[in-house]
Design a binder for this molecule. Structure first.
Ligand code: NAI
Ligand code: MG
Length: 504
């Protein structure tokens, strides 16, 4: 396993189920039916483990988007979903979760083929995560309620005031390519529990699992038009969704750049907007830790999913007294994380999702070297006949002005710096326009709480990283986002409050 020079990165054969799925005629899922696009534009489906084109999906036209939005609009307005007994909505969602679980192996394989992540990771993280988001949110369908509120300025019994929670309406949900199925389910689950209808668009790089999910939407028994899935480019189909007057809410996960654009574009129609955007999350290692535990933790924080994680621990701060040991410990995990083809059963890390992402990440590594950073491990692409493999990389001798320290790289690249005291590291941790996540490694409870208080981030992890649970709110401070997903706050983001005041 330590002989990483001889890894064969040839992609393994696909299963018969995956081949059959890839051979399907490209179509859009509108009103519970597979329909043809209004034009003949297609997007290529590429396997980043081989760099080969393996199929096609529709690149939706404006007319296609309008058709999907109209379906969702009608399905919302006639109450065919929001008007059902909450128990029925909950049960339909649970059926969907069960169906995903029953097809877990196929979902894991499709995700591995499409995104490049190891099938084992997809099976252990993405698919069960998707299922648990739906199961958790399904329960809210029957637990949303308003309250009776006695008026402040009027005598008791004269005016009856109460609130009702209503679904916001038609939701356009735009998801990225790093956790395609997981993000799709994380998005549709609270919308459906609230009684909304949905037009979902996966990222143009990774449409397969959202399309397979659409099959199960129909099978689970959702009324037609409640969930519509369209595939297509962001600047065309995505843009049309964001500007569409019949859409009430946008939920987006992706780059900060596009998040800002979406926020601006949604302003003319004053849509509700939730944005889950980029990050440059710090991992802080205090001097009291067991380095044998913390170093692999810091490595996992950046190398998991090839670093293509919004909360990737991409800035490592280790106390000066243990810095060298920590770097050695992180570097020692490189053979474990050596990139392999996504269907290789020994893979822990796969290729990057695309040539574009590969070029972006390699460009950052080169910029770091030019700016004076030293490579402690990696710093190069892994040899392969095709595919987009970047070796796990640790850069040292960096400073806060370098682009590798300031900007989101979204690859298996961590920059490591020393610190001396808590105030200093808290300042450095916050020296970023982002504020999504942060990890703190220590056994000193007081130091842990002190840092958790000082760091401006939506989530602070202690002695772990990127632990996500559907019951716990998730989102960003600063330019990492607007609003929260998951937990009670996740469902709140899909509800309006209506106040009723009746003179008696
Ligand atoms: P992106 O933000 O352009 O794409 C994400 C989604 O937004 C895709 O579904 C895309 O079709 C859609 N989109 C793009 N332009 C749009 C527009 N004008 N209107 C509506 N929807 C639009 O991200 P991209 O270009 O794939 O990756 C660039 C960088 O973004 C990455 O290197 C990474 O730094 C960051 N990123 C962050 C993610 C996160 O989870 N926070 C996920 C993906 C990318
Ligand atoms: Mg983009």
């Amino acid at each position: 396993m330590n002989d990483v020079t001889s890894i064969d990165r040839t992609q393994r054969p696909y299963s018969a189920a995956a081949q059959a799925f890839l051979a399907r005629k490209p179509a859009l899922f509108i009103n519970n039916e597979w329909v043809a696009s209004s034009h003949d534009q297609l997007l290529e489906v590429e396997d980043p483990s081989s760099g080969k084109v393996i199929g096609h999906v529709v690149d939706a036209s404006d007319r296609d988007v309008d058709r999907a939005v109209a379906a969702a609009r009608i399905a919302f307005d006639d109450g065919r979903w929001s008007g059902l007994p909450p128990m029925t909505r909950e049960r339909t969602m649970i059926r969907l979760a069960d169906l995903i679980e029953a097809n877990a192996d196929e979902f894991a394989e499709l995700e591995a083929i499409d995104n490049g992540k190891p099938k084992g990771m997809a099976g252990a993280v993405d698919v069960p995560g998707a299922v648990s988001h739906i199961r958790f949110m399904a329960g809210w369908a029957s637990k949303i309620s308003g309250e009776v509120i006695p008026p402040y300025t009027m005598p008791a019994g004269q005016v009856f005031g109460y609130t009702v929670r209503e679904p916001v309406g038609v939701c356009a949900q735009i998801v990225p390519w790093n956790f395609p199925l997981l993000m799709a389910c994380l998005k549709i689950a609270p919308a459906l529990a609230a009684g909304c209808t949905v037009v979902l668009k996966p990222a143009e790089q990774t449409s397969l699992t959202a399309l397979r999910l659409a099959d199960l939407i129909a099978e689970a028994g959702f009324p037609a038009g409640v969930v519509n899935v369209i595939t297509g480019n962001g600047h065309t189909a995505g843009d049309r969704m964001v500007k569409h007057p019949d859409v009430d809410k946008i939920a987006f996960t992706g780059s900060t750049e596009i998040g800002k654009l979406i926020n601006r574009n949604a302003t003319d129609t004053l849509k509700h907007v939730t944005l889950e955007l980029g990050g440059k999350s710090p991992v802080v290692i205090l001097p009291d830790v067991d380095v044998a535990q913390a170093a692999p933790g810091a490595a996992g924080a950046i190398f998991f999913n090839s670093g293509q994680v919004c909360v990737a621990g991409s800035r490592l701060y280790a106390h000066r007294s243990i810095f060298d040991q920590v770097i050695e410990g992180v570097a020692a995990t490189a053979p474990f994380w050596a990139p392999r083809a996504s269907l290789d059963p020994d893979a822990h890390m796969g290729p990057l999702v695309s040539k574009e992402q590969f070029d972006r990440v390699m460009g950052y590594i080169e910029a770091g070297k030019r700016d004076g950073a030293s490579v402690a491990v990696g710093g190069d692409a892994a040899p392969a006949a095709g595919g987009y493999y970047v070796n796990p990389t640790v850069l040292v001798d960096v400073n806060p002005q370098m682009s590798v320290v300031r900007e989101e790289i979204f690859g298996p690249v961590v920059v490591a710096q020393r610190f001396d005291d808590l105030d200093e590291v808290a300042r450095e941790a916050n020296n970023t326009c982002y504020g999504l996540g942060a990890g703190v490694w220590t056994r000193d409870v007081a130091a842990m709480h002190r840092l958790a208080g000082k760091i401006k981030a939506g989530t602070v992890w202690g002695n772990c990283h990127a632990v996500i649970d559907t019951a716990l709110p998730f989102g960003g401070y600063k330019e990492s986002g607007v609003g929260r997903e998951q937990g009670r706050q996740g469902i709140e983001a899909y509800l309006e409050t209506k106040t009723v005041i009746i003179q008696m």
